[in-house]
Ligand binder design. Structure first.
Ligand code: GDP
Ligand code: MG
Length: 397
């Protein structure tokens, strides 16, 4: 076993309002830049879920990501978009993390997506949270203290009430080591290695450079997290709901059978993956079928272990009082039959139509089929004005 494979692994999401410094912080924590898609570079905002990893080491002087001293922990990060249009993407990221860093810029303070993202963490029961008070280079000492108190007040009655708050300047590399230290303190959740494997796809791509010789081509690659069970090179796997096609004016989904050619944890090739690992899996699929995130939202298991995709769900819902993702915090009206909601289940995002409501149970018909397991958490958003806002959450019945 390589050193890295034996290191405890934690999956951490970086969330918060747009421009508060998430992507910059991640580049300092990992030495890698996550805004790599051309559209993101052009617009300067994170649109998709970014990914970067690092190994935290410890030596006499403290924690570092430069490999000095003893390696203590492997961290995979998900960089979530902070733009209000992209809340759904943020939610699908929240499905694959164990812990989160909530970034709040000291010069701007608590903004709508700061609130909405914290609420999302709360609905997904992500209890391990580190708060970064970023951009302290832009404020006076007095402003920094005032902002710190506001953050304290803001988290008081939330899931983040005990979260450490670390003043940071990502740009000037101040206190990045303190963040590493807090990341090492977080307890690694218990992993379930005995159940059938469940791998949630959060990214998929074609890693071949244009013009590669056919016999040197890599197969289609999917990235995501192994929630439970184990997967190894050579395993026959099933991907569901799978590929869609149109037959007699109906869209049908066919599950995909393929085989694992290789597994990567960061840059390291491994033979077998254990639960809780963030992985890239190379399959025998034609790379054209996995390019540009085409398989996001699909679930993988070994052959025969996944339920059938569902087009209808019964959900036990919990609807909030007010919208937090907007400036005005308007009151949330009760759910109505025939209204459209945006639902997030694991890494799947789909629109659903409310068919039936009784008390706090709703039946919805879905635009896209999902693989839902019992008790799966559902993020519920409604279109208010021009935006999808998080209005509640639920549990698949
Ligand atoms: P994101 O939208 O949350 O991912 O924010 P980015 O990481 O893209 O940062 C937004 C802008 O803030 C960029 O221009 C960064 O260079 C800048 N920025 C990030 N961190 C700091 C910081 O600590 N201090 C200052 N002055 N600027 C920062
Ligand atoms: Mg960003």
């Amino acid at each position: 076993m390589t050193k890295m494979e034996s290191l405890p692994e934690l999956n951490v999401g970086v969330v918060g309002h747009i421009d508060h410094g998430k992507t910059t912080i991640l580049s300092k924590l990992t030495g890698k830049f996550t805004d790599t898609h051309s559209e993101e570079l052009k617009r300067g905002i994170t649109i998709k879920l970014g990914y970067a990893d690092t190994i935290i080491s410890k030596d006499k002087t403290g924690f570092n990501n430069q490999g000095q001293g003893q390696p203590v922990r492997y961290i995979s990060f998900i960089d979530a978009p902070g733009h209000e249009m992209l809340m759904a993407t943020m939610l699908s990221g929240a499905a694959i993390i164990d812990a989160a860093i909530l970034v709040i810029a000291a010069n701007e303070g608590i903004k709508p997506q700061t609130q909405e993202h914290l609420l999302a963490l709360q609905t997904k029961q992500i209890k391990n949270i580190i708060i970064i008070q970023n951009k302290i280079d832009l404020v006076s000492k007095e402003q920094a203290i005032k902002n710190y108190k506001e953050i304290k007040e803001f988290i008081k009655e939330t899931i983040a009430k005990d979260a450490p708050i670390i003043p940071v300047s990502a740009q000037q590399n101040i206190n990045i080591d303190k963040v590493l230290e807090e990341l090492v303190k977080i307890e690694i959740p218990k992993r379930d290695s005995n159940s059938a494997p469940i791998f949630l796809i959060a990214r998929s791509f074609d890693i071949n450079r244009p013009g590669t010789e056919i016999k040197k081509l890599h197969g289609g690659v999917v990235g995501g997290i192994l929630k439970t069970g184990k997967l190894k090179v050579g395993d026959e796997i099933e991907i569901k709901p799978g590929f869609s096609s149109k037959k007699a004016n109906q869209i049908i989904y066919e599950s995909i059978l393929t085989k694992i050619k290789s597994i990567y944890k960061g840059k390291n090739s491994i033979k077998e993956a254990t639960p809780g690992s963030s992985l890239s899996i190379e399959t025998e699929l034609d790379p054209a079928t996995t390019k540009t995130d085409s398989l996001i939202g699909n679930t993988i298991s070994t052959k025969g272990n996944l339920p059938e995709p569902r087009n209808n769900l019964k959900i036990k819902t919990e609807i909030f009082e007010n919208v937090l993702g907007s400036e005005t915090h308007e009151k949330i009206e009760p759910l109505k039959t025939k209204e459209m909601l945006m639902l997030n289940i694991n890494t799947t995002i789909t629109v659903g139509t409310v068919e039936k409501i009784s008390n706090n149970e709703v039946e919805v018909s879905l635009n896209l089929p999902v693989i839902a397991l019992n008790n799966d958490n559902v993020g519920i958003a409604r279109r208010i004005g021009n935006h999808w806002r998080l209005i509640g959450y639920g549990e698949v019945l």
